[in-house]
Design a protein around this ligand. Sequence first.
Ligand SMILES: *Cc1c(COP(=O)(O)O)cnc(C)c1O
Length: 382
Amino acid sequence: MHTDLTIRLQNRRNNGLYRRRLTLESSQGVHVSIAGRKYISFCSNDYLGLASHPELIEAVCEGATRYGVGSAASHLILGHHAAHHRLEEALASFTGFPRALLFSSGYMANIGIITALVGHGDAVFTDKLNHASLNDAALLSRAKLIRYPHLNMAVLEQRLASSQAKRKLIITDSVFSMDGDIAPVVELLTLCEKYDGLLLLDDAHGFGVLGQQGRGIVSHFNISSPRIIYMATLGKAAGVFGAFVAGQEELIETLIQYARSYIYTTATPPLLSHTVLKSLALIQQEEWRRKKLIQLIMKLKRDLKSFRWKLLLSYTPIQPVIIGESSKALRISNTLQEQGILIPAIRPPTVPQGTARLRISLSASHNEEDIKKLVNVLCKLQ
Ligand SMILES: *Cc1c(COP(=O)(O)O)cnc(C)c1O
């Protein structure tokens, strides 16, 4: 038993795939300290810089005073609080769907949605670069898992056309978490209509960032359809914690009845919902955060134009630099860290073999000086 674990761990080390955690001593942010040293971080999903916003901190304190700390029960027992309910209504209205349902995390939301909607005899069509939670959920559902090459609508259509499955569910990241590119949602929806399927959009990286006032991918493409199941997380651009699903009345009722990761878990503390309500208001009001983010993205792309390693074609805050070999990506990430810059080396199995990368994440809390420093250090490495 133990030798087996030793061998597995040694394999990870040998292949440059070993994971280590850094221990953050300051609050999270773009300027952080670890082991007494200061760094500029490009690791965070706090795209709008809301996670340490004074008004959100105040909302947490107010929420704790009003509602206490724990929710003390699952939603179906007595854990469903007025703060959760208000937030669900606000999220439905913000994203433009009839109803919304809160989950404890994005991972749990995907597990709950997919296992509640499909099973034996059904098929799930999934982009090869989808987030692990979507694929894990599809496997757990016992539906047939049909993967298609990244963004390849022609192959997807062939597979839909030849499928005999009772129900067809297409699932996709809206913004791909390790590549930063955007799914062709209009085409996906057309295919759903043609082949009578449902479309699950995981907007973890689009919510708050894309669309009018940060309403997400559905607003970005200006689409609407009862076939869309919209899911987004609240721990990224929204700066807090949790996730939600939005869609038709019957979909939400089905999830309340059948989504096991909704039913068999303690409701998140209502103080978090209270805080997300405040965060929603900031997302809508503080347009300057999205404007600044776009300026920083454009600056980084401009300044790295002649850089030896290629930036992927992405217009979102996720800007990956493909390195290839895992150990090399890790070495560069370590060198950057020595120079005071934190960028994670993303390696298999998170990304396909041979595509290890530095994943630069930008935030509205960065300034032009941070980008300048990053570009300088990167360019010295080539
Ligand atoms: C982060 C992420 C999730 C998981 O969300 P959590 O709330 O962190 O569990 C799901 N899908 C995608 C695409 C993500 O990037």
